[in-house]
Design a protein around this ligand. Structure first.
Ligand SMILES: Cc1ncc(COP(=O)(O)O)c(C=O)c1O
Length: 342
């Protein structure tokens, strides 16, 4: 395992290790956060989207049908903490002699077939700061015996400082633990989230950096079994709350074995109105799942419709399941949600 400032840094290094560059194509799910796409764009890699069903699962047949002479890797994400079934994708990659990249950014602490996620891909990336109260922290795990572990980047000391505090504020805001006014100053307004910009620009890409010393210590000290158990408890409580309200629909029918919830995702018809209403109660709920970004020069299928992903992206909202969420906070949010749908 190698630690970096962010998951995107780990990915950027991992792509280099896999030898991926301008002549290569990678299959990616048609919904990914922009910083992941920027890492590919910065390397000039050609991208081809594949579809997912409304439960974020890929179809292996579809993946196979999209493989072309330049395809060098398939990218699989464990969306929102729910482990994606990897065996069939692994078998496909082995059969075709291409690499498998596993994104565990949403799924730290998750297990699949009894083992931790991140052990099936040739490489796997992590973003610990999405689960732990730390300012930075991403990881690259190298599983393929054909690949050497990259050189470790120096741990940054004394650099978390103000930037770290800002990041922590933004993070706490993102899961609804801080008053809206505090975080609006750092993250922009709710409106900027509801209107994602499609013009990605890799020009301002910051080269990979090492993790801060503080975050590295915190990651090593975290009891992930307990963290995951608490998040699963919060997830179950939301299942009950949402079942009692007419309107919002849970994205996943159940809490899967091994799932380490990133959030409790719901689909809401009037999503934007709902997000604005919650912000007036002081809850900053993120849409979380991006629609397919299309204005990417190296994207092979920019006009292909992906209706399932577009619909999910238009209606999804994340409710917080963070391990430090209190019963009082959850009750207040549940009250605001019930009031909206009444
Ligand atoms: C699925 C996914 N992978 C990777 C990342 C990158 O993680 P980081 O923010 O640590 O760079 C993100 C989001 O930020 C993400 O949503």
């Amino acid at each position: 395992m190698r630690y970096y400032r962010y998951g995107r840094d780990a990915l950027f290094v991992g792509l280099e290790m896999l030898g991926l560059g301008p002549d290569c194509e990678v299959l990616l799910p048609a919904s990914l956060c922009e910083v992941v796409l920027l890492a590919f764009m910065k390397r000039g890699i050609r991208l081809r989207y594949y579809g997912l069903n409304a439960g974020f699962e890929p179809s292996v047949d579809e993946l196979e049908s999209r493989l072309g002479p330049r395809t060098r890797a398939i990218y699989v994400n464990h969306f929102l903490g729910r482990p994606t079934e990897m065996r069939a994708v692994r078998a496909l990659c082995d059969r075709r002699g291409i690499a498998l990249i596993e994104d565990c950014a949403h799924a730290y602490g998750a297990t699949s077939d009894g083992g931790p996620v991140g052990t099936v891909g040739d490489i796997a990336i992590f973003s610990y700061r999405k689960f732990l109260p730390i300012a930075d922290g991403g990881g690259l795990r190298v599983n393929s015996i054909e690949l050497p572990l990259p050189e470790a980047l120096p741990v940054r000391t004394g650099t978390a400082g103000w930037a770290g505090a800002k990041a922590a504020i933004a993070w706490a805001g993102g899961i609804g633990l801080l008053p809206l006014a505090t975080i609006q100053r750092w993250r922009g307004t709710v409106e900027s989230y509801l209107d994602p910009q499609d013009n990605l620009d890799a020009g301002g890409w910051i080269p990979p950096a090492g993790i801060s010393a503080e975050s590295q210590v915190a990651i090593r000290a975290a009891d992930m079994q307990e963290v995951t158990a608490n998040r699963r408890d919060n997830y179950r409580l939301w299942t009950q709350v949402i079942a009692g309200i007419k309107g919002p629909r849970p994205v996943f029918p159940d809490l899967a074995d091994g799932q380490s919830p990133f959030c409790f995702p719901i689909l809401v018809e009037q999503r934007d109105d709902f997000v604005r209403a919650m912000s007036r109660h002081g809850f900053y709920l993120e849409p979380t799942v991006a629609p397919p970004y299309r204005r990417i020069e190296t994207l092979e299928n920019p006009t292909e419709p992906f209706p399932e992903m577009q619909t999910v992206a238009d209606h999804l909202v994340s409710l917080p399941v963070h391990q430090s969420l209190t019963g009082r906070q959850r009750d207040r949010l549940a009250g605001a949600i019930s009031a909206f749908f009444r």
